[in-house]
Design a protein around this ligand. Structure first.
Ligand SMILES: [Zn+2]
Length: 369
């Protein structure tokens, strides 16, 4: 896989960093791009770091050398070896490959801005609210930019409402909202599942914005007590850092329920703007999918479901009993929820969630762990 002609140019939507990508697996050349709406040109240095992060896993999937014809951070290219060791240990379809760059040098730039990837979901709201509480601590570098990466290439009124909601949260917390459009999944979806890949995707967007960011937080979805292989992970995310950009996996000290109890249940901003559901419209919670139900349980356990304006309550336990829980990650989260509900004396919720896990196990022909 060859990455060349790394170029920054102004488009109708904003400044764009792009590169031509060639692979033996498909004929022709396609450009991979990151476009920052309303951004400044110096936010996007003409470097190869973002493309290395974006294309490492796809190249490993194809077993092709990854050659980047642009300057790449020395630290990043060293870390790429460790990333490959982790990927190939966790997922056997990814083979270690050779990674070469036209030039390796220390990255430069990196301002004082601190980014946080923000979707208005539970994990990123927790990291934002926790950051707000820490602002008075000596040496703390507060979040300054809420980053939204439009990986799904959404557009239209629903997407606009979600972006407006992110802008509203940014304004209320003294931050700037930065929206990045990218066609990255066009390259990666055929070669790597999103659960395995999404950390690299976030890393690549942060690396694209290296002229803006000195530090960037990725909100954790799992917790230190239980860390199954996942594309965004405490052993992985920091490996996308360069000499001038520190990438941090944040918030793995708390479960989803603990995040709601500690911060979201007490914050009007979260209660008014929380959006967790990606099943239907991007700006709305459907209230019936596994992720919505799991979030509703967390708020119910925190005694705050009736106060959350964006989650359709009350909790319907019959619906919870039969909800499909397809991914391993979601099943892990549901098991954690069972323990938390029991610990809080809500055996009705724990029983319903266990029934859902049994139901899912029967559907997929497995036993319940
Ligand atoms: Zn939903």
């Amino acid at each position: 896989m060859i990455v060349e002609d790394v170029r920054r140019a102004e488009t109708a939507r904003g400044w764009r960093l792009s590169a031509a990508v060639r692979t033996k697996a498909a004929p022709g050349v396609t450009r991979l791009y990151f476009t920052v709406r309303g951004g400044k040109p110096d936010w996007l240095p003409e470097r190869g770091d973002a493309f290395l992060a974006a294309l490492l896993m796809p190249a490993m999937s194809l077993g092709e050398e990854l050659a980047v014809d642009a300057p790449v951070s020395r630290r990043l290219i060293r870390s790429a070896r460790t990333v490959m060791e982790i990927y190939s240990t966790w997922w056997q379809q990814f083979r270690t490959i050779r990674v070469v760059a036209a030039e390796t040098c220390a990255a430069v730039g990196g301002q004082d801005a601190v980014g946080l990837f923000f979707t208005t979901g539970v994990d990123c709201f927790y990291s934002l609210l926790k950051d707000g509480e820490r602002r008075a601590e000596p040496g703390h570098q507060p979040v300054t930019d809420l980053l939204f990466a439009n990986f799904e290439q959404h557009c239209g009124p629903d997407h606009d409402r979600l972006v407006a909601r992110i802008g509203h949260v940014a304004a209320r917390t003294g931050c700037r909202a930065v929206v990045v459009d990218t066609n990255l999944r066009f390259f990666t979806d055929p070669l790597a599942g999103w659960e395995a890949y999404h950390g690299a995707a976030l890393g690549s967007v942060a690396l694209g914005l290296q002229g803006l960011l000195g530090r960037c937080l990725i909100a954790a979805s799992d917790q230190y007590r239980h860390l199954p292989p996942l594309g965004s992970h405490p052993v992985l995310d920091h490996l996308w850092s360069t000499e001038c950009l520190e990438i941090v996996h944040d918030g793995a000290e708390a479960t989803r329920t603990e995040k709601v109890e500690r911060h979201l249940a007490r914050a009007e901003l979260a209660l008014e703007n929380l959006t967790v559901c990606w099943r239907g419209r991007p700006d709305r919670n459907c209230g019936v999918c596994e992720k919505c139900l799991r979030t509703m349980v967390a708020f119910e356990l925190a005694g705050a479901l009736h106060r959350c304006r964006t989650l359709p309550g009350p909790l319907d336990l019959d619906r919870l009993r039969t909800v499909a829980i397809c991914s391993e990650d979601a099943q892990d989260a549901m098991r954690s929820m069972v323990r938390e509900a029991r610990a809080r004396g809500r055996h009705d919720i724990a029983d319903a969630a266990e029934a859902a896990l049994r139901h899912q196990a029967r559907r997929s022909g497995q036993g319940v762990r």
